[in-house]
Design a protein around this ligand. Structure first.
Ligand SMILES: Cc1cc2nc3c(=O)[nH]c(=O)nc-3n(C[C@H](O)[C@H](O)[C@H](O)COP(=O)(O)OP(=O)(O)OC[C@H]3O[C@@H](n4cnc5c(N)ncnc54)[C@H](O)[C@@H]3O)c2cc1C
Length: 311
């Protein structure tokens, strides 16, 4: 009873703040399954969609003053949210921060909320090369920079020259590429940093040549793009000199199931949601995969997806 009163109070506090100051949309008790490509995840207390820097600074300051945790969401395409959901505020970057400022000599400053596919289309139309590897990678630019998304030997690190971030105390800073800590599918941005814009450099190329390269990258993704059931892309990182998918397949785990979660029959490093899979199903499949691969090969698979929230 007491707990419920506390929750109601917190909810009223959230509401008052957002109604008075916030320009973007604010939702309460939001099923995260609707905001992740795996279609899995319990409710988030609050989801706010900042429209601009003012909104973003306001939420961060509000969260800081109340001691509420916050979590940044892009397209939710690299995310497993646990079944108990997320306490605190989800800052959904996918509706604001979409502008792209094109500068001289193939430089661009783009908002974190723009879809990677949209940015790629703009690059292609302008005859700017460098992002072709992203053909077929879903999600936002902010998520791609934060994850150092990549494919077939190319990655965001190759084009990003720096990022504008809002820090956890609401302060805005520019972090140059050499301080972002780019590594294989991760970065080392200071904890709580919200990427709001990325500064990038592209090379001039003939649009036809760029189209060809995009086609080539799409061709290489033929197997994974045949996975049409909800998923979050590769579940595990490729270990040095090997492929997680190959190791999982060799362990005989294709088609292995836990509830409605299944190791994809098409690509073994994908787990698909065949209907009503829960996060606990995905997590138990992940544990099984790690155990089996380790006992066969001595290789420890590291998750590529981010796992967040409460059980
Ligand atoms: C079918 C499919 C294919 C895929 N193929 C690839 C691939 O080839 N290569 C690859 O690298 N990935 C791939 N992925 C994974 C995923 O698409 C990428 O990691 C993508 O860049 C994540 O972007 P997002 O906006 O969805 O991020 P989210 O999943 O929303 O977030 C990912 C992480 O980034 C953080 N984050 C997001 N936005 C921001 C921001 N603005 N500021 C600070 N932190 C932020 C989140 O807090 C979270 O920790 C694939 C996924 C799917 C579903």
């Amino acid at each position: 009873m007491h707990k419920r009163k506390e929750e109601e109070k917190a909810s009223v506090q959230y509401s008052l703040f957002f109604i008075q100051r916030f320009k973007g949309k604010v939702l309460f008790n939001v099923p995260m399954a609707e905001y992740t490509s795996l279609k899995i995840g319990g409710p988030a207390d609050v989801m706010a969609f900042p429209q601009d820097e003012g909104d973003l600074k306001d939420i961060v300051a509000f969260a800081e003053s109340k001691g509420f945790p916050f979590y940044i969401l892009g397209g939710g395409t690299n995310l497993l949210v646990r079944d108990g959901g997320i306490r605190g505020i989800i800052i959904n970057m996918s509706e604001g921060f979409k502008e792209v400022l094109w500068q001289e000599e193939g430089k661009a400053v783009a908002g974190a909320g723009i879809k990677l596919s949209e940015l790629l289309a703009q690059c292609r139309d302008r005859g700017l090369s460098g992002l072709e590897f992203a053909a077929g990678i879903p999600g936002t630019l902010g998520g791609a920079v934060t994850m150092n998304a990549g494919a077939y030997g190319a990655e965001m690190k190759d084009i990003v020259e720096g990022v504008e971030v809002i820090g956890k105390k609401g302060q805005k800073t520019f972090i140059p590429a050499n301080e972002i800590g780019f590594a294989y599918r991760r970065t080392e941005l200071p904890k709580g940093s919200i990427v709001i814009r990325a500064h990038m450099g592209f090379k001039k190329a003939e649009p036809e040549e760029i189209k060809e390269r995009i086609k080539d990258f799409r061709e290489r993704r033929k197997t994974t793009s045949a996975v049409t059931i909800p998923n979050a892309g590769s579940i595990f990182k490729n270990p040095e000199g090997n492929y997680a998918g190959r190791l999982i397949e060799e362990a005989g785990l294709k088609g292995e199931r836990a509830g409605d979660a299944e190791v994809s029959e098409v690509h073994a490093n994908y787990i698909v949601n065949k209907g009503h899979a829960r996060a606990k199903d995905v997590l138990s499949l992940m544990a099984l995969i790690r155990d089996k691969v380790y006992s066969r090969t001595g290789i420890v698979l590291e998750p590529e997806i981010k796992v967040v929230g409460e059980d």
